[in-house]
Design a protein around this ligand. Structure first.
Ligand SMILES: [Zn+2]
Length: 425
């Protein structure tokens, strides 16, 4: 017999603000009754190595050659990362040079490959009902998967697509699945990773049922996974600033898709309120998910061992390094209020001097450990080390290899270089 509690949870299968079941879409799978059962989609892709640790990183630049991603990851102390494999705004791109591939492979030996989650081009819509666009998108998906295969990268993440041109949402999901099946038949091994979206307009993937339908229709479900974007989930209707909203997302994901399919997260705060259906990322702690919401995310064991990739607005490397450290500092911090820019023990200091210290703290996160000044972040971390192993130590003992040598990291800013960054969603 079903308890009141489980009935309530099942009724919550469809998040609030769900507008996707109205009108012409009633003929689709989304008209599922609230109490429908969801048979397992199967074991999913093979499990990633288990360490019980969090691997926080960011979307980084591959400008100048794909091999540069490792230096760029090191510059911000990233323990995982995403990048574009090619220009994401052009249909035609040059293949990798042999030299860059050799250099990439050499450097990749020191980084666990499942913690690298490349992001697909924004041009691609493998669910399009327009034949020309669909064919170009399918060709591009094959090309991108081919690049991953060439480099030995096991995953490729992209936005599922959108149903422009008059097709129903369900038909669009079927087209996406067919595109994946075609790509699978042309490129071996690489796992396609579908990203959840905001329920904005015609985009597919804001409702977990849509991702489920796509996965159901993929012939080889060991080669399909999901990347959970926190900003997108918040905007789709799961209020991640609250415990109920977070639990609702977890419960729905488990029932509708299954955590065996989760291959990574995009950790973003949101400029907009829950259910706004707008894809605008905010820096960690500055948006509507907030630090409390981020604490829940960073302390969820279901997110262990996966790439946790920042796609927050980029300012400079130091900004990303600070956000990574901030997120790592939230682990096991249930009783600890984290204010990374607060300066403790500076009583009597003039306002300007305090501001200067704040700025110094921000820039020092990449300075070799023995040389940097103490910041409030250090103090908070030391407190936590008494309770548990710190994230920094975690990174020194990854299951496969050392992802990045934290102590040698220097920011690009410190090296006096400026590099171009392109935002990912
Ligand atoms: Zn994302």
């Amino acid at each position: 017999m079903m308890s009141n509690k489980s009935v309530k949870r099942r009724e919550g299968l469809k998040p609030a603000n769900d507008s996707s079941t109205s009108g012409k879409e009633k003929d689709t799978f989304m008209a599922l009754p609230a109490l429908a059962t969801y048979p397992s989609l199967g074991p999913g892709p093979s499990a990633v190595p288990k360490t019980g640790r969090k691997y926080v990183g960011a979307h980084i630049s591959a400008a100048g050659g794909i091999h540069n991603v490792f230096n760029n990851a090191r510059a911000i102390n990233a323990k995982s990362f995403a990048m574009f494999m090619r220009s994401q705004r052009q249909w035609i791109a040059k293949p990798f040079t042999d030299d860059h591939v050799v250099r990439y492979k050499e450097q990749s030996k020191s980084f666990a490959s499942h913690l690298i989650l490349p992001h697909g081009s924004y041009l691609m819509n493998v669910g399009s009902s327009k034949p020309d666009l669909l064919q170009k998108s399918r060709d591009l998906l094959v090309e991108e998967l081919g690049r991953c295969h060439q480099l030995g990268i096991p995953h490729f993440n992209f936005h599922p697509g959108s149903c422009v041109g008059g097709s129903s949402r369900a038909d669009c999901c079927r087209t996406i699945a067919e595109s994946i099946n075609i790509a699978h038949s042309k490129v071996p091994d690489v796992i396609v990773v579908l990203e959840n979206m905001c329920k904005q307009g015609n985009t597919i993937g804001g409702d977990f049922h849509e991702l489920r339908l796509i996965i159901e229709l993929v012939d080889d479900r060991t080669r399909v996974g999901v990347c959970l974007d926190t900003c997108h989930a918040h905007n789709a209707g799961y209020d991640l600033s609250t415990e109920d909203g977070f639990n609702s997302m977890i419960s729905d994901f488990e029932k509708i898709i299954g955590f065996q399919f989760l291959r990574g997260l995009h950790i973003n705060d949101s400029k907009n309120e829950a259910g706004a259906h707008v894809d605008r990322h905010e820096c960690i702690g500055k948006g509507h998910i907030g630090i409390e919401g981020m604490k829940r995310i960073m302390n969820c064991d279901l997110f262990n061992d996966l790439p946790l990739v920042l796609e927050t607005p980029y300012t400079d490397d130091a900004g990303y390094a600070k956000e990574i450290l901030m997120l790592e500092g939230l682990i096991n911090s249930n009783n600890c209020e984290v204010k990374p820019t607060a300066v403790k023990g500076k009583r009597g200091r003039k306002k300007k001097e305090v501001q200067k210290v704040k700025e110094e703290n921000l820039m020092e996160v990449n300075v070799p450990k023995g040389k940097r000044k103490r910041s409030s972040i250090d103090e908070t971390k030391e407190l936590r080390q008494k309770k548990s192993e710190s994230c920094e130590n975690n990174a020194k003992n990854p299951v496969k290899q050392e992802p990045v040598e934290v102590s040698e990291a220097k920011s690009t800013a410190q090296r006096g270089k400026k590099r171009k960054f392109t935002k990912a969603n």
